[in-house]
Design a protein around this ligand. Sequence first.
Ligand SMILES: *[C@@H]1O[C@H](CO)[C@@H](O)[C@H](O)[C@H]1NC(C)=O
Ligand SMILES: *[C@@H]1O[C@H](CO)[C@@H](O)[C@H](O)[C@H]1NC(C)=O
Length: 293
Amino acid sequence: MHLIHSISLLTLAVATLAFPNGAPRCKITESIIAAGHKLQQGSLGLVMTLPATYTPGGPAIPITVAAANGSAVSFAGVLAYITPGNIMDSSFTAVPIGTPNVPNAGGIKQHVGKFNNLGAQNLRAQTAAVCTAQNVTNDNAASTITHSQPLTAKTPFTIMWTPPKTNAGQVTVNMVISSGSSRTPWQIVPSGQIQSTAGAAAAAAGAANGAATASTSATAAAATPAAKKTAGKKTAKKNPAKAAGGAAAKVANAAKAAAAKAANAAKAAAAKAANAAKAAAAKVAQKAKKGKN
Ligand SMILES: *[C@@H]1O[C@H](CO)[C@@H](O)[C@H](O)[C@H]1NC(C)=O
Ligand SMILES: *[C@@H]1O[C@H](CO)[C@@H](O)[C@H](O)[C@H]1NC(C)=O
């Protein structure tokens, strides 16, 4: 009894985002942070301000967290990383690892690019072992960052981020901010997307992946407690069956639309490739003919 009690206390302490020397995790998982903080997520009124694009191998760009109303909000802790795709990672970490038909269940594994000038802002790269333990592959040690000591930071707060050399396509900025230690408010800042000036990560394959990701995301989003709560809240009182059906239909439609879009892109890419192959074959045939003559 005593031992179990100490173990759970230890787990909670270790899971606290506002642990003085940095978050002990490499992924943003709402339920785990809530347990660590002994407090459900609240709003600190924070939003992200991001450039529209990055250039693979190009210059660093500013990632800014600000109060929506422009005020200076003080905070003590942060965990941040950037993932490929357009879905906030916490919608994937809300789905248990290994959930069938949700490839990113448990979180996207790849964290891309590199945050800069960490020391000057009392930030540090997340410990490699912490990321490895959660199956995260960081492009660089500083792909995932946290605070190195309790911050006395105020919004707007900007961290420079150097994009990866290899095109990652559209990326999503993931960030959680804590105002202090246990039982103090914290917020997963609504994620923002940055487009790549080099376009999607890979033409036809990218489109197919996009379709898979889109339907996965829809599934993942629907599976999150928040989505369930929202779906329930809206119409549950009037008609619970209708509410559930409505939410499911919405998810299915979103997935269908995304899949159709991706399929079209894939078709176009395939047609282009087929034409190119045809042209090349014709050229070869012509050459062969010439050779014969
Ligand atoms: C702005 O938002 C912050 C965070 O939600 C809040 O604490 C503050 O009172 C707000 N200030 C004004 C002037 O509305
Ligand atoms: C890490 O990956 C292994 C092998 O795929 C899996 O069994 C394990 O559950 C994963 N753990 C985490 C924390 O993602």
